[in-house]
Design a protein around this ligand. Sequence first.
Ligand code: FAD
Length: 512
Amino acid sequence: MAANHSPMLASYFITFFIVVPWATALPDEILRQNIGKILRTDLGSTSIASADYGNLVQETPSAVFYPSTVDEVISLIKLSNNLSTPFSIAARGRGHSVRGQAMAGDGVVVEMASLAGNGIRVRVSWNPALGFFADVGGEQTWIDVLKTTLEHGLAPVSWTDYLYLTVGGTLSNGGISGQSFLHGPQISNVHELDVITGTGEFMTCSKDMNSELFFAVLGGLGQFGIIVRARILLHKAPSRAKWVRLIYNDFSKFTRDQEYLISSGNINGPDYVEGSLITDNSPPNNWRSSFYSSLNQSKISSLLKSNQGLLYSIEVVKYYDDLTANTIDEELETMGKDLEFVSGFIFKKDVPVIDFLSRVAIGDNHNSEAHPWLNLFVPKSTILDFNDAVFAHIIRRHNHTTSGPILFYPFNRIKWDDRTSAVIPEEEIFYTLGLLHSCVPDEVEIYEKLNNEILEFCEKSGIKIKQYLPHYKSKEDWVKHFGSKWDSFQEMKTKFDPRMILSPGQRIFNSI
Ligand code: FAD
């Protein structure tokens, strides 16, 4: 998967000159140097690039770029830089953002998937310093990384719940899931990156080489460069997973047990811990998971009725293989013996690891739905107040409108590298809240009101939350979000994308 980045292609654009007759929306400068077949302005291309999973924002680009080599991406960025008024450029992984973060109104969207052609750019290697690792194209989806590495008996250690996201897209945010408490987010498990900066320079970077760029790009919301390769740490892949769900009717017990499970003192502890709420509109089985039999669903529904429509659930997984098959049940027993879930409300499955890791599917009707999601990180010291106000009151009051999974589970700060651009609360343990609403487009306002009510409550009560997959409208809010990281974030922008070309859909440097 050697990157083809020798100096080329000012001439390429001219050689493959095809004037697209409907290209009138393109800036004249681009038209004059038309990039031919790989730059398209037809409605089919631009309408895909003006939408995303959220269905909340629409920004139409002037054109969509379909590169088949890294050099073509370099040339596009350089072309923009050479103009007196550059056009903006957004890498689009699979457009699984919810608020237009991968869009570029009037600019050019780079469809990263086309870099792979029809192939899979994942190469597994070993060296004495790093052990096993995979060199993966930034456009690759995690499901392809999983399938390819499993062929070698290996796998990455840190995942997202849903695997049809791209490596470049999740590394630009963080990449979190139930393994993050143990291994850190995906951005903590990268050895090296190839990045094309906002000036069109191809740079390889790591903790020791061009480290400023490396840390800026990880969690950097696409602001400093386009990731075209990531070197990802691999471990021996486990073969099977003991997958357990526990139901709680008491928030303190639910969070105490989650914190016990993620604590380092828990030797032989789990490989994965997540938690969620169960309400009438956020039932135990949902698009993220169909774990329960109908009998168990009815059992949980009865408990839900007797608990004023609010229950909590811990999802915990321990991996095993042939070597540990004889001891895994005993280990699970030991791990769970002090947990305080509702008696009789423990549910178990035993599945191949690939089935567990690829458990989340999003269904067919997501294109017609809107997804006004809210993802937050909440400091541990404030979770009781958060539960009282947000879960027991605000969400319950909106119960007729909430719809979709509500995730709530903890991380250990020590597993995050503070040198990255990712922003997390100051405390050693913090929780992630994922309000993964789905609704018909007409109802978006109701959900935005709910989200705003939660944000306003946190603001008023001094709960120092941080948004994950952040979305702000004003510069002031971004400065507050980044806090002590803002100055260096801004400095890195000046250094690596001085003309502010990249990922305008995040609305950081182009906000008011
Ligand atoms: P896009 O949405 O296309 O892009 C996201 C941002 O990154 C944009 O600003 C874009 O310009 C930039 N970008 C894209 N590719 C590159 C690149 N190669 N180099 C530099 N910048 C780039 N997140 C989690 O952490 N954990 C989860 O479990 C999880 N589950 C999800 C489930 C679903 C159903 C959905 C819709 C999202 C989920 N997410 C999760 C959020 C996900 O991480 C983000 O949507 C993320 O943006 C990845 O999506 P994408 O690859 O399609 O990137």
